[in-house]
Design a protein around this ligand. Structure first.
Ligand SMILES: Cc1cc2nc3c(=O)[nH]c(=O)nc-3n(C[C@H](O)[C@H](O)[C@H](O)COP(=O)(O)OP(=O)(O)OC[C@H]3O[C@@H](n4cnc5c(N)ncnc54)[C@H](O)[C@@H]3O)c2cc1C
Length: 492
């Protein structure tokens, strides 16, 4: 049977936040927008549908008020006391700090200067925001988190007449004689189909769901790691683009991976997900982490939680068996620091360190020695477990140190939470022109008709990441990609 054929001005591959933002922007110029999604409709929305926050610039309450019109100043004030602003300079410094100054500066410049504008633009499209909860790293977040954002996106795009093609996996880019990308070949439930378009936006994630690529680029052990997100982001867009000469960019050997409950399933799809039951285990800054030898292996608080958690998965994966235990004492419960999702956490509890070690099947003497040495190393100073600020209360004379929030572990009952590494997304992507999101060829010139956004655009994240940044980058560069893809389509 011959290929079926569809025609659009702008064709977008993926239905995550980057893809939906691209579609919203393209619709400002043309109504002939099509979207391809590998997942069935009930699994649409990508990792974006599993998220909580966006990290963006705001200079004070004035920038936030238009986003949270339904909330009073009194509801906002306690949040602003902890984080009164995140200026462009502050966001730039944060990302440079977590990436060890290796973030692509041209990309970062656009990310930083466009973030607040993009959030206000999303609001103008029908999105709304709410004050952040205690587990967030921001003051204001998408109303309903990623599921809420994506639900609104689909409602807006469907109403505008965007054509969605589900269970349709893009497999190949189509080019004309001049090298212009003129569409995509895709596998549909009834066979291959041709989707012709004047421009294509690739927004179909990185390669985090592909064990072969994880092993190839991230190294041994990463092939078997469990996913926090969808099983669909298998690097197809990267492969298709590189097959026609697109330039890879950014860090292909590092990724975002964080501590998760030991019972993390192999993957999660949006329809099976509830933010309330999230398996994230991000209480480690308030305690210590030990491996199965009963030894600490990482500085649990070298920076704030939002700037360390994406690197902690790698540290845990490197431990024997790829697992670790978060240990906390009763003071943390008394201070009410536990996030609600720890209510359903896998846990062990005991009134002595010895009993806890027995419960966990750890070498009792080694574990007790670790905690005793840790307690003796804690330096005097004011303890302040503020998730946005470091308190400088640290240990001295032990390796690894704990650089902030160091409190003696001496009040029973002691609790342990077994954790494993959960893969969030990989950092390797394509080189884009940050001002247009157009994909660059290895020959050093743009590929006509081809744009990329979201995880597919490499360069911003290297080695580590700051929470809420993936969604912000997806929306920012998705908007840019959709705008420029539509302009190019109409001028072609
Ligand atoms: C559990 C979890 C929580 C997270 N929390 C946050 C958070 O709070 N804040 C934050 O900023 N970031 C968070 N992240 C990271 C965030 O999800 C990503 O940075 C962001 O969603 C990337 O958006 P995207 O549009 O590029 O990719 P995605 O949202 O993953 O979308 C990619 C889409 O492409 C589709 N696709 C893949 N291949 C093909 C193909 N061949 N053809 C057609 N379609 C295809 C996929 O099915 C998917 O729908 C979280 C990630 C996870 C897994």
């Amino acid at each position: 049977m011959a290929d079926q054929t569809h025609h659009y001005d702008v064709l977008i591959v993926g239905t995550g936040n980057a893809a939906c933002s691209a579609a919203l922007a393209a619709l400002e110029k043309t109504s002939r927008v099509g979207m391809l999604e590998k997942a069935p409709q009930r699994g649409r929305g990508g990792n974006s549908s599993l998220t909580v926050v966006m990290r963006f610039v705001f200079n004070g309450i004035e920038d936030l008020r238009p986003l949270v019109r339904n909330f009073s100043e009194a509801e906002m004030r306690p949040l602003l006391e902890s984080l009164p602003h995140r200026t462009e300079a502050e966001l730039w410094d944060e990302i440079m700090r977590v990436t060890n100054n290796q973030s692509d500066q041209e990309m970062l410049q656009v990310h930083v200067t466009e973030s607040l504008k993009t959030v206000h633009w999303l609001t103008s499209k029908g999105h709304d925001w709410s004050p952040a909860t205690i587990r967030d790293d921001n003051v204001v977040t998408m109303n309903g988190g990623g599921p809420g954002l994506q639900k609104r996106n689909f409602a807006i795009l469907e109403k505008a007449g965007v054509a969605f093609h589900y269970e349709t996996a893009a497999t190949e880019l189509i080019q004309d004689e001049k090298g212009r990308v003129t569409g995509v070949r895709a596998l549909t439930p009834t066979g291959f189909a041709k989707f012709c378009s004047n421009s294509v936006v690739l927004a179909c994630g990185s390669f985090e769901s592909n064990p072969e690529m994880r092993a190839r680029y991230l190294g041994p052990g990463w092939d078997l790691v469990r996913l926090r997100g969808v099983p669909f982001n298998t690097g197809d867009g990267l492969r298709m683009a590189m097959d026609i000469g697109a330039m890879p960019h950014g860090s292909w050997t590092t990724c975002h991976a964080s501590p998760q409950d030991i019972n993390l399933p192999a993957f999660t799809v949006p329809s099976a997900h509830s933010l309330r039951d999230s398996l994230t285990r991000y209480m480690y800054p308030w305690g210590i982490m030990v491996n199965t030898n009963g030894e600490r292996f990482v500085d649990e608080a070298w920076d704030t939680r939002g700037r360390t958690y994406a690197s902690m998965g790698r540290a845990i994966l490197a431990q024997p068996g790829g697992i670790a235990y978060q240990i906390l004492d009763a003071k943390i419960r008394k201070m009410n620091l536990y996030t609600p999702n720890y209510q359903s956490a896998t846990t062990a509890r005991a009134n002595t360190l010895e009993k806890l070690a027995e419960e966990l099947d750890l070498n009792v003497a080694r574990f007790v020695k670790t905690v005793t040495e840790f307690n003796a190393a804690v330096q005097p100073g004011a303890y302040n477990p503020d998730r946005h600020k470091l308190d400088g209360k640290r240990t001295a004379g032990i390796t690894p140190p704990k650089s902030n929030y160091a409190l003696e572990m001496d009040e029973p009952p002691f609790e342990a939470f077994p954790v494993r590494c959960g893969m969030t997304f990989t950092f390797g992507g394509l080189k884009i022109d940050p001002k247009t999101a157009q994909v660059q060829h290895v020959a050093g010139r743009p590929i006509p008709g081809l744009y990329a956004a979201g995880e597919m655009a490499g360069g911003l994240w290297v080695g580590n990441y700051a929470s809420g940044s993936g969604m912000m980058a997806g929306a920012t560069f998705g908007r840019i990609a959709g705008t420029h893809a539509a302009i190019a389509a109409l001028n072609s």
